[in-house]
Ligand binder design. Structure first.
Ligand code: SPV
Ligand code: MG
Length: 545
């Protein structure tokens, strides 16, 4: 699509030079967008918009059964899909001089480079069906149509080719020459001389007499066995291979549909037909994906890793048959709410690490991995179960969090290889139990500007340092490429520690700090809670209202 946006020479000019070139040129039939782009890919310098083929692909006869606007609409797809010119087989011009005028205007609007009209009467039928019974147009009337078309074009290079049907209708060479000359004088940019004989004799005789008076075009459908060099020697300018893509596709479609019907399987045909990828390629899928990179707001490629292995035993019978992540708050599970929040932030890839009653975690669209030994270990032992899902851009978070949307959005926008969210509202009434106190390089100055703050320690105690804690870690961290490498290396080291099964995410972060890795802090002021106890359930319900 839009391949022609980089065109250098106009399609009209391209067709005109094909017609006027002394070197024999070739154009091939196409009948829709995809066949047009196949013609171009094969190397052809132009396309024949065949009336027969376009009618056939609509499943109607080549007798003006498809309306001219249906033809023009199809041409638009063909033109959009290609950068080479299209010469339309415009039948008789779909009416009189007036219809011809409107046709030319509409074709130019769709970047069609030229039209060929034949000197028969509307409605015409294909030249190979009882050709000699078909009445020819009155010469003067047809010349008027050519003139009207030429007077209507706005691009000087738009071409009108006059097709002489005298040989088809059995009128002989002289009539054909007389008509061709009249059409040339009326302004036609070329003459198409058509024949239904299996030998090229009458065409070659015509070419000899014509003697290069104006560009000469032929359609060797019936005299196809003639060596092409004979056309070259006869001084013909352009050969139209008029119907070979519709015929080859019909042939293949018949074979394929028979094979699928008979075998009730696709196994035999798969290797014999175009791959789906090839269809995508012909449709210009690559161009679209490049355009998406350029124009679309980038959807995040962040992968969320969610720890959901623990039972949450303080919640007693509520977690009898399911882990804490699956308890319902205000009609929706904690994990379901979390997934919705992630989706809203554009995060569509998640791995949930389940453990206790893993089978109860049954949400659609999540990747689940299971820590079979959840009872023997703690958070890091759970986290390593998802190591294969680690990504160069990821979130690691607990499954029992409720938070306002902006918190996740802000975390996504904050720079740093490892960034954690710290709630500086130490008086946050929603936080009970044993939170993780965050000691940071600076306290929250509550300014609207982003502060450059790093974590110095996480602790379960509020007096782990001489300084007061700066807030609570809420259990959410963002990790980028290098941060991921730090975490993977730290996990590798910690795995061999005797107490690995007791280690938690705060232990991991403290380990990184000991190694001198900066853990960036993004402050918030409340607006979240986690669910640990039965008392938290009421607070959580209020929070979701
Ligand atoms: C067509 O392709 O529709 C033509 C050429 O008009 S022919 O079928 O040979 O008449
Ligand atoms: Mg035709």
């Amino acid at each position: 699509m839009f391949k022609n946006s980089h065109k250098k020479i106009s399609k009209c000019k391209q067709l005109r030079s094909l017609l006027e070139s002394n070197e024999l040129g070739f154009i091939l039939e196409a009948h829709n967008g995809i066949s047009a782009s196949i013609v171009e890919s094969a190397g052809f310098k132009g396309i024949w918009g065949s009336g027969l083929a376009m009618s056939a692909q609509f499943g109607v006869r080549d007798s003006n059964e498809a309306s001219w606007t249906q033809v023009v609409d199809m041409l638009e797809f063909m033109s959009d899909a290609t950068s080479i010119p299209i010469l339309l087989d415009g039948d008789t011009g779909y009416g009189n001089f007036n219809n011809m005028r409107r046709l030319v205007v509409k074709l130019e609007q769709r970047d069609i480079a030229g039209v060929c009209i034949e000197d028969k009467q509307f409605p015409k039928t294909n030249s190979f069906i009882d050709g000699n019974k078909q009445p020819l147009a009155d010469i003067d009337e047809f010349c008027g149509k050519i003139k009207a078309g030429k007077d209507s074009q706005s691009d000087d290079d738009f071409s009108i080719v006059a097709r002489v049907e005298a040989l088809i209708a059995g009128w002989g060479l002289n009539e054909a020459l007389k008509r061709a000359e009249a059409y040339r004088q009326a302004g036609a940019d070329g003459i198409l001389i058509h024949s239904k004989l299996s030998r090229p004799d009458e065409i070659l005789a015509f070419a000899k007499e014509w003697a290069g008076r104006s560009p000469l075009v032929i359609v060797p459908t019936k005299y196809y066995s003639t060596p092409t060099d004979a056309f070259r020697k006869a001084g013909i300018n352009l050969v139209i291979w008029a119907n070979h893509l519709i015929r080859s596709s019909v042939h293949e479609m018949e074979k394929t549909s028979r094979a699928i019907f008979d075998s009730e399987s696709l196994a035999d045909v798969e290797d014999k037909i175009a791959s789906v990828d090839h269809i995508f390629q012909l449709q210009g899928a690559d161009e679209l994906s490049q355009a998406q990179d350029r124009y679309l707001v980038q959807k995040s490629d962040i992968h969320a890793v969610i720890l959901a292995a623990s039972r949450g035993s303080e919640l007693r019978e509520l977690t009898h048959d399911k882990p804490k992540a699956m308890i319902s708050i205000g009609g929706k599970t904690l994990l379901g709410r979390l997934m919705d929040g992630l989706k809203k932030a554009g995060i569509n890839k998640s791995t949930v690490i389940a453990g206790y009653k893993a089978e109860a975690i049954n949400l659609l669209g999540i990747e689940k991995c299971i820590n079979e030994d959840y009872e023997k270990g703690d958070e890091l032992q759970t986290l390593i179960c998802a190591e294969e899902s680690f990504n160069d851009d990821m979130l690691i978070l607990y499954s029992d969090l409720l938070f306002r949307e902006y918190i996740l959005r802000d975390l996504i926008e904050t720079d740093g290889e490892v960034v954690i969210i710290v709630d500086s509202a130490l008086d946050n009434p929603n936080i009970t139990g044993s939170p993780d106190y965050a000691y940071c390089s600076k306290n929250d100055d509550r300014s609207p500007f982003m502060q450059d703050v790093t974590l110095t320690q996480l602790s379960s105690s509020a007096d782990a340092s001489e300084k007061k804690p700066s807030g609570y870690w809420i259990g959410m961290m963002r990790v980028r490429k290098q941060g991921r490498e730090w975490i993977e290396a730290a996990l590798e080291e910690l795995k061999s520690a005797a107490n690995f099964n007791e280690l938690t995410l705060p232990d991991l972060l403290n380990h990184l700090i000991e190694q001198g890795k900066p853990i960036h802090v993004h402050y918030i002021d409340g607006h979240w809670l986690d669910v640990n106890s039965l008392d938290d359930i009421d607070r959580a319900s209020d929070f979701t209202k």
